[in-house]
Design a protein around this ligand. Structure first.
Ligand code: MSP
Length: 662
C-alpha cells in the first residue's frame, strides 16, 4: 500500500444563501493547504460541497414557488462558479442530495440502530425552527433560543436518538491524549469545557409532517434525518464509505477538517462520537478558525455588511485578495475586514516590499549587467547571511504551514524580503557599478535573484497566478520547484531577466472610490445600526465578537495592525525655521541607523535650539511627503497640554536611539 493520501475538507455550505468572504476564507485555506501539501510531494484529496437539506432550504424554495432541488441546483451552480473564480483546486464536490451520499447516510443510521446506539423516545423540549434544534428547559430562558435569540416553541413528539452520552468519556480521553486533534489549543479547551458537563443524547430525526426535505430514516419512513447527521456524513460518503472500502481506506482518516469556530462543537463532539459508534478512526485534526468580522460585527444580511469576495477580486485581483486574507488573520482568531486595511496591506507588502524589491533589482540588472545574472560563488558574509536566511525561512515556512499558522508562514517570507531590501541598500549596487566592482555586483544580483526565486516558490500556494509571473521575470519560469525540493543554488549557470513590469501596481488611495468604505464611513448607516440594535431588530448575537465586546462606532484594530506602525525613538540633531512658514520647523533626526529630515508644525511652541538633543517618538514608516516643497520622512508624536499648547512626546527616561515604541 502506498503512502496515505492527504485528505482535507471544508464544511459543506448551506445551499440557501450566497457565499461571502467568510465562506471563501475556509475554502481558500483548504486550497492553500492542498497546494502546500502537494508541494511537499504528497498526493492530496480536497473535498468541498453543499449542505442541501433542512427547513431553511425547504422554506426558501416554497417562498420561490419551486422545488427544493431546483432551488439548490441554482445555488450550487453559484458555489461552483465562485470556487472557479477563486482558483480553488478541489478534487470533489459532494452534494447531500446525491444518491451516493444518501445511501451512506442510511447505511450509517441502520448500522447504529442495529447496534443499539440509536433508539426512539418521546421527546419534550423547546424547538427553535430557524436553528432546527431542540433545547432543554435549563438552556432556554423566557422562551428564547440561546443561539439565534428568536422565540422557541414547546414540542412533544417521538423521535430517534443517538447515544452520544455513551461516548462522552471516551471522547474526553481521546482529546486529552491526542493534543493536535482539536486545534488551535484554545478551541480544544473550549471543547473540553463543553464536555465537562453531562452530554445529552442527540436527537437525530425530524418527523416528516414537519420537515420532508431530508434523507429518510431507513427503518421508519415517517422520519427524515437531522440535518447535522446528514451533513457530517459527507466526509465519508464522498470517499466511498462503505461501498468502496478500498478507496475509503486510502483516504480515511481525513488529515484535516477545516471549519469555522461556529461549527466546532458539531464536528468535535457530534461527529467524533458518531465515528466512535461506527468504529472508524477520528480525523487527524479538526482546525477551527476564527471569524471575519466587519466594523467589529459579524457579517449578516440583516446588518447589511456582507462582503462579497467577487467585488474585491474584480477591483484588486485574485492573488492580492488571497494574500490579504491569510496575512491579516491570525489563524484561529477573529479578524476585522476593511477595504482600507486591504489596501494598506497590499501597498505595504505586495506593491512596496516585494513588488518594489523585484522591480528595482531587475531595473539595476538591466542597467548594469544587460539583464544577465550569473551563478557565482558567494564570498561576502553579508551575501552568505542571505543564503542562510533563505534556507532557514524555507524550514520555518514549512513548520508554520504544518501548524496551519498561515499568517506566521507569510511573515517568515517577509522577513526574508525585508532583509533583501536592506541588503540591497547596504550593498549599494549603483556604487559597485560605478566603481566597476563587477565581481561583487554579480554576487549581489545572484544573491537577490536566487532569494526571489525562493520567495516566489514558497508563495505559490498562496498566490498561484502571480508568483509564476515573478519567476518568469527573473528568467527562471522553468524553475517552479516543489517546496520540498527547493534548495539554494538551483539557479542555472546564467539567466536572462526580463524587462521589469509591475505585477502589484500601487493602489492610489487618493483616486479610490470604495463602495465598502463609503458604506462604513456613512454615519447614517452606523446610526441605523445602533438604532436597530437598540430596538432589538438586530440581536446582539448578530454582532457577536470575540472577545465578547464589540464596538460598532469605532473600528477596533488588532495588535498586529498596531504593530504595522513603526514607532521608534529618535533624537533631534538640528532644527531650523522654514522660511515663509510660521508654524513649521525643519528637523534632522537620528534614529540610530540613519538620519532623516522631517518637517513638524511646532514652530510656535519650540525654538529650534530648544529641540537639539531632545528625544522624540517618530512614526518611521509614514509615507514621505513634501511640505512646502520640503521633503518630510516621518512624523513626530505630540499632544496638547492643559493650557492648549503643544508638547512633544518624549520618553520619561533617556531611551536607546532607534528602539521600538510599543
Ligand atoms: N452546513 C453547515 C456545515 C456542515 S459541515 C458538515 C454550515 N454551513 S454554513 O454555510 O453556515 O457555513 C459555515 C462555515 O462558513 C463556517 O464554519 C466557516 O467555515 C464559514 N464562515 C461563515 N461565516 C464566516 C465568517 N464570518 N468568517 C469566517 N468564516 C465563516 O454551517
Amino acid at each position: 500500500m502506498g503512502e496515505k493520501i492527504y485528505y482535507i475538507t471544508t464544511p459543506i455550505y448551506y445551499a440557501n444563501a450566497e457565499l461571502h468572504i467568510g465562506h471563501a476564507f475556509t475554502t481558500l485555506a483548504a486550497d492553500i493547504m492542498s497546494r502546500f501539501q502537494k508541494s511537499l510531494g504528497k498526493e492530496v484529496w480536497f473535498l468541498t460541497g453543499s449542505d442541501e437539506h433542512g427547513q431553511k432550504v425547504e422554506q426558501s424554495a416554497k417562498l420561490r414557488g419551486i422545488q427544493p432541488i431546483e432551488h439548490t441546483n441554482e445555488i450550487v451552480k453559484k458555489f461552483k462558479e465562485l470556487w472557479d473564480k477563486l482558483n480553488i483546486s478541489y478534487n470533489d464536490f459532494i452534494r447531500t442530495t446525491e444518491e451516493r451520499h444518501k445511501k451512506t447516510v442510511q447505511y450509517v443510521i441502520n448500522k447504529l440502530y442495529e447496534k443499539g446506539d440509536i433508539y426512539s423516545d418521546v421527546y419534550k423540549g423547546w424547538y427553535c425552527t430557524p436553528c432546527e434544534r431542540f433545547w432543554t428547559n435549563k438552556e432556554v430562558s423566557e422562551k428564547i433560543c440561546p443561539d439565534c435569540k428568536r422565540p422557541v416553541e414547546e414540542i412533544e413528539e417521538k423521535n430517534y436518538f443517538f447515544r452520544m452520552s455513551k461516548y462522552q468519556q471516551k471522547l474526553v480521553d481521546y482529546i486529552k491524549s491526542n493534543p493536535t486533534f482539536i486545534q488551535p489549543e484554545h478551541r480544544k479547551n473550549e471543547v473540553l469545557g463543553f464536555l465537562a458537563k453531562p452530554l445529552q443524547d442527540l436527537c437525530i430525526s425530524r418527523p416528516k409532517k414537519r420537515l420532508s426535505w431530508g434523507v429518510e430514516i431507513p427503518f421508519d419512513t415517517d422520519y427524515v434525518t437531522y440535518v447535522w447527521v446528514d451533513a457530517l456524513t459527507n466526509y465519508i460518503s464522498a470517499i466511498g464509505y462503505p461501498y468502496d472500502i478500498d478507496r475509503f481506506q486510502k483516504l480515511w482518516p481525513a488529515n484535516c477538517h477545516l471549519v469555522g469556530k461556529d461549527i466546532l462543537t458539531t464536528h468535535a463532539v457530534y461527529w467524533s462520537t458518531l465515528l466512535f459508534a461506527l468504529e472508524l478512526p477520528l480525523p487527524v485534526t479538526i482546525f477551527a478558525h476564527g471569524w471575519w468580522v466587519v466594523a467589529g460585527g459579524k457579517m449578516s444580511k440583516s446588518v447589511g455588511n456582507v462582503v462579497n469576495p467577487l467585488d474585491l477580486i474584480e477591483k484588486y485581483g485574485l492573488d492580492p485578495f488571497r494574500y490579504y486574507l491569510f496575512r491579516e488573520m491570525a489563524f484561529g482568531y477573529d479578524a476585522n475586514f476593511s477595504e482600507e486595511g486591504f489596501i494598506t496591506r497590499y501597498n505595504a507588502d505586495l506593491a512596496n516590499d516585494f513588488g518594489n524589491l523585484c522591480h528595482r533589482t531587475l531595473s539595476m540588472i538591466k542597467k548594469f549587467r544587460n539583464g544577465i545574472v550569473k551563478k557565482v560563488a558567494i564570498k561576502h558574509t553579508t551575501s552568505k547571511e542571505i543564503e542562510n536566511l533563505a534556507t532557514h525561512v524555507k524550514a520555518e515556512f514549512i513548520n508554520s504551514m504544518q501548524k496551519y499558522a498561515f499568517n506566521e508562514a507569510l511573515q517568515k517570507v517577509w522577513d526574508l524580503i525585508n532583509k533583501l531590501n536592506k541588503y540591497i541598500d547596504e550593498s549599494a549596487p549603483w556604487t559597485l557599478a560605478k566603481n566597476k566592482d563587477f565581481e561583487k555586483l554579480d554576487e549581489v544580483f545572484y544573491t537577490v535573484i536566487e532569494s526571489i526565486r525562493f520567495v516566489a516558490n514558497l508563495l505559490i500556494p498562496f498566490m498561484p497566478q502571480t508568483m509564476p509571473k515573478f519567476l518568469e521575470q527573473i528568467g527562471v519560469s522553468n524553475q517552479i520547484t516543489q517546496i520540498s525540493e527547493l534548495e539554494w543554488g538551483q539557479l542555472s549557470g546564467e539567466v536572462k531577466c526580463q524587462e521589469p513590469k509591475p505585477i502589484f501596481p500601487r493602489i492610489d488611495t487618493g483616486k479610490l472610490s470604495s463602495s465598502i468604505s463609503e458604506a462604513k464611513n456613512d454615519n447614517s448607516k452606523t446610526n441605523n445600526l445602533i438604532n436597530n440594535v437598540e430596538q432589538g431588530k438586530i440581536t446582539k448575537n448578530d454582532l457577536e465578537l470575540e472577545p465578547k465586546q464589540y464596538s460598532i462606532t469605532s473600528e477596533t484594530i488588532t495588535y498586529e495592525d498596531f504593530m504595522r506602525i513603526q514607532l521608534v525613538v529618535a533624537v533631534v540633531q538640528s532644527a531650523e525655521k522654514v522660511e515663509g512658514a510660521d508654524k513649521l520647523l525643519k528637523l534632522q533626526v537620528n534614529l540610530g541607523e540613519e538620519t532623516r529630515q522631517i518637517v513638524a508644525g511646532i514652530a510656535q511652541y519650540y525654538k529650534p535650539e530648544e529641540l537639539i538633543g531632545k528625544q522624540i517618538i517618530l512614526v518611521k514608516n509614514l509615507k514621505p511627503a513634501k511640505i512646502r516643497g520640503i521633503e518630510s520622512c516621518g512624523m513626530l508624536l505630540a499632544t496638547t497640554t492643559d493650557d492648549g499648547k503643544f508638547t512633544i512626546i518624549t520618553p520619561e527616561k533617556p531611551a536607546q536611539i532607534g528602539s521600538r515604541v510599543k
